[in-house]
Design a binder for this molecule. Structure first.
Ligand code: 76R
Length: 274
């Protein structure tokens, strides 16, 4: 027997696959009722198997416009497993029934602009709030910061995504053109700009769950932006407001937008007329 294939688990974070398919009803209609039922049961069981895999999440959604019909977002540590799941999902309803419309590979990542403990102590507690280093207030505030950052870091690298209905995805890069080259800016300037960006973003706390996943060297753009919401107006509002954010104004480049709705599987099959 051949050796088992070693897993491809990143040093930190998880692999993320966004998969979008068209349903080819011409192929589906060739099948009889019994075959169709068996295939739908097979896909339901595959989705259950994926969702039962440790540290793995699979969101399934109907796509709002005919750019695609069906979407999945898979988060899992091992790229070998992600690849195997993707091949099985693609074939799950029989050959050529699900035809790939768009896909995106990225990794969850921490941010290089996260405020460090030292920055928070010096810039926020000492300079802005005037707290004396070592005072009980200072120490308490620093402890609270540590706890908040631990939680925050965990969410970025190992997020738990809610079942909020609206799932917006788009690829994004930072511009590298003449004077507008994000990568030619020094770190302090990029950090300053990203601080403004985060301030805008935090206004949507509780309404938008944002997951920024990195894809330089993995796919065509530099990040995948996934936004979950309960109300499509919040998606429209945040993306609009971000357009005025200096980072997006000057440096944002965007790919196509995909809007989906998370649904229970039985409803998803009905929605897709399967
Ligand atoms: O993650 C954090 O909360 C820390 C601050 C933060 C970082 C580092 C943050 C906050 N973002 C960060 C990084 Mn963001 N974000 C986007 C988009 O459409 C557009 O114009 C831009 C798409 C949205 C809507 C959004 C929302 N962010 C990034 C990066 C990586 C940049 C890099 O490393 O160079 C990109 C590409 C990006 C893009 N951002 C937030 C949000 C929201 C809602 C927040 C606040 C999150 C919260 O505090 O709950």
């Amino acid at each position: 027997m051949s050796e088992p294939i070693p897993p491809l688990v990143p040093r930190e974070g998880w692999h993320v696959l966004h998969l979008y398919y068209h349903v080819d009803h011409g192929q589906w209609e060739i099948l009889d009722d019994k075959e169709r039922r068996a295939l739908k049961t097979g896909l339901t069981e595959l989705i259950q198997e994926i969702r039962a895999t440790p540290d793995t999440q699979l969101l399934a959604f109907a796509v709002a416009t005919p750019k695609a019909d069906l979407g999945f977002m898979l988060l899992t540590p091992d790229l070998q497993a992600a690849n195997a799941f993707e091949k099985r999902l693609t074939l799950s309803l029989g050959a050529d029934v699900l035809t790939p419309a768009f896909s995106y590979l990225s990794l969850t990542e921490g941010s290089e602009y996260t405020t460090t403990r030292e920055q928070y102590a010096a810039e926020t507690l000492r300079d802005e709030q005037g707290l004396a280093e070592g005072s009980p207030e200072f120490e308490a505030a620093l402890k609270e910061f540590d706890e908040r950052m631990e939680h925050y870091r965990k969410h970025r690298l190992y997020p738990v995504l809610p079942d909020w209905p609206v799932v917006c995805f788009y690829p994004m890069s930072k511009r590298r053109l003449g004077e507008d080259n994000w990568y030619a800016l020094d770190f302090d300037e990029r950090r300053r700009l990203m601080k403004g960006h985060a301030t805008t973003g935090r206004k949507y706390s509780g309404r938008i769950l944002q997951l920024i996943t990195g894809s330089t060297g993995l796919d065509d753009a530099e990040w995948g932006v996934t936004l979950l919401a309960k109300d499509t107006s919040d998606i429209k509002a945040i993306v609009y407001e971000m357009r005025f954010d200096p980072v997006s104004v000057r440096y944002g480049e965007f790919g196509d937008f995909y809007i989906g709705m998370q649904l229970p599987l039985d409803e998803l099959f009905r929605r897709l007329c399967l």
